[in-house]
Design a protein around this ligand. Structure first.
Ligand code: AMP
Length: 117
């Protein structure tokens, strides 16, 4: 996708701090980290969001979770971590290319959203 920032990162057209890459996926540090470890794992193919995962493209999602498991060891997340996907407007998705946040090295809160007033 011509105007997609994560497609450009996947293609190496704009810089990122990559921690993993293979034929299907790229993982790189988030520009605005919300934890001491905050990595984004994305498919190289453009899938706009989790709402567009289908039987035809879901294989890469399984692969992303294999990569997350591998990275969790390499990044020292033996004490646990959180994986987040934000989808659509209510999910506060800001980049319209499927990505999973891998966050670790701090205690997370739960529930992850403020109670409604
Ligand atoms: P989301 O709000 O779930 O769509 O997450 C998008 C994430 O992408 C945010 O955490 C941003 O900080 C991050 N982000 C946006 N542009 C870049 C970039 N060029 N390099 C690394 N992370 C980015």
């Amino acid at each position: 996708m011509a105007d997609c920032i994560f497609c450009k990162i996947a293609a190496g057209e704009i810089p990122s701090h990559k921690v993993y890459e293979d034929g299907q996926v790229v993982a790189f540090h988030d520009l605005d980290p919300q934890a001491p470890v905050h990595v984004l794992v994305i498919p190289k193919a453009h899938i706009p969001s989790a709402a567009e995962i289908t039987a035809e493209n879901s294989g890469v999602v399984a692969h992303i979770f294999e990569v997350i498991a591998k990275l969790s060891g390499e990044l020292g997340l033996e004490n646990g971590f959180r994986v987040i996907n934000n989808c659509g407007a209510d999910g506060m998705q800001s980049v319209q290319h499927l990505h999973f946040h891998l966050l670790g090295k701090r205690k997370m809160g739960w529930p992850p959203f403020p109670a409604e007033a």
